[in-house]
Design a protein around this ligand. Structure first.
Ligand SMILES: [Cu+2]
Length: 308
């Protein structure tokens, strides 16, 4: 979440794509999907076995080595859960490739193109801001195609996850029956550069929030902070700035949705407590303002539910 590191993230993504093309070997790999690896008398398969297709749910483990996740998903609304099994803050931002584009095109675009995601990637959301040993979920809509998950979050030295191999491709396949969209009345509209959120409709308890991006120019994310008593969202931002003194920030992330391209939509679930201040922050660097984080352009807000 540090400004300097965020602005150089796509340069380092380029480096990651060039130098760490394959997932790093996991010392404890998950059990192989292919059955009977020891059956020596089985005839050799004549074709690649069909990959297991996971529907409605995608569980991602963030480990010290990178990501562990299913390789094939069914299209439709999908609950994406990120389990952080590493010792740093993690994120899994999901992007769909334009048809025909590949990981090699991504590496090439990073070499020759401007900073920021290349135009052939659509940001469909993902899980942001997960602390070590914590989990978080969002609900995203994925149409069939080739995808990549990556982690732009910098570590204590300012090195983004993508530069450490935290990048993994996956595929979404068409199915007969797609999961329907969740049902909720509550909306959070993201725009350049503001959150539009009618918190007067809030009540205490768990809320499902429909998140959209109306642009008109940039992708946006939302990180929801439960602020400590007496702290403001600006206090939280000051404590996470690159030049901040060491120590925990005055609040914790309670929900986080990775970047959404204009026109995309997703859902987050937020638990609201009475008398607590919450902050909404977009940390994405602006491609129209020299990499300035969106929160510094006004994309930051605060709300509270007070007793009626
Ligand atoms: Cu933004």
């Amino acid at each position: 979440m540090k400004k300097l590191a965020t602005t150089v993230f796509f340069i380092l993504l380029l480096l990651a794509a060039c130098t760490v093309p394959a997932p790093v070997a996991d010392p404890n790999p998950p059990a192989p999907v292919v059955a009977n690896p020891t059956a020596a008398d089985e005839p050799a398969p004549t074709a690649e076995p069909e990959a297991d297709v996971v529907a409605g749910q995608m569980t991602i483990a963030a480990t010290a080595a990178g990501f562990e996740a299913p390789s094939h998903l069914a299209a439709g609304w999908t609950t994406v859960t990120l389990n952080n099994k590493s010792d740093g803050m993690r994120q899994a931002a999901l992007f769909r490739f334009e048809e025909g584009k590949t990981m090699a095109d991504l590496a090439a675009a990073m070499q020759s193109g401007p900073p920021g995601p290349p135009p052939f990637l659509t940001a469909v959301g993902g899980v942001a801001g997960i602390s070590p040993s914590k989990s978080g979920s969002v609900i995203v809509n994925m149409s069939p195609g080739d995808y990549v998950m990556l982690d732009p979050v910098p570590d204590g030295e300012g090195v983004p996850g993508v530069a450490k191999g935290y990048i993994l491709p996956f595929t979404v396949v068409a199915t007969e029956t797609a999961e329907p969209a969740p049902n909720t009345e509550m909306t959070l509209e993201m725009a350049d550069y503001a959150f539009v959120f009618d918190h007067t409709a809030l009540s205490a308890g768990e809320h499902l929030v429909h998140v959209t991006n109306s642009g008109p120019q940039e992708s946006h994310e939302v990180v929801v902070i439960r602020l400590n008593e007496g702290a403001t969202v600006q206090d939280f931002l000051a404590a996470t700035a690159p030049d901040a003194p060491p120590g925990p920030p005055p609040g914790i992330v309670v929900a986080g949705l990775s970047g959404l391209t204009i026109g995309e939509e997703a859902y987050i679930s937020v638990e609201i407590e009475e008398g607590v201040n919450y902050g909404l922050i977009c940390f994405l660097p602006s491609s129209h303002h020299q990499g300035t984080p969106h929160f510094a352009l006004g994309m930051v807000s605060e709300f509270a539910l007070h007793g009626h």
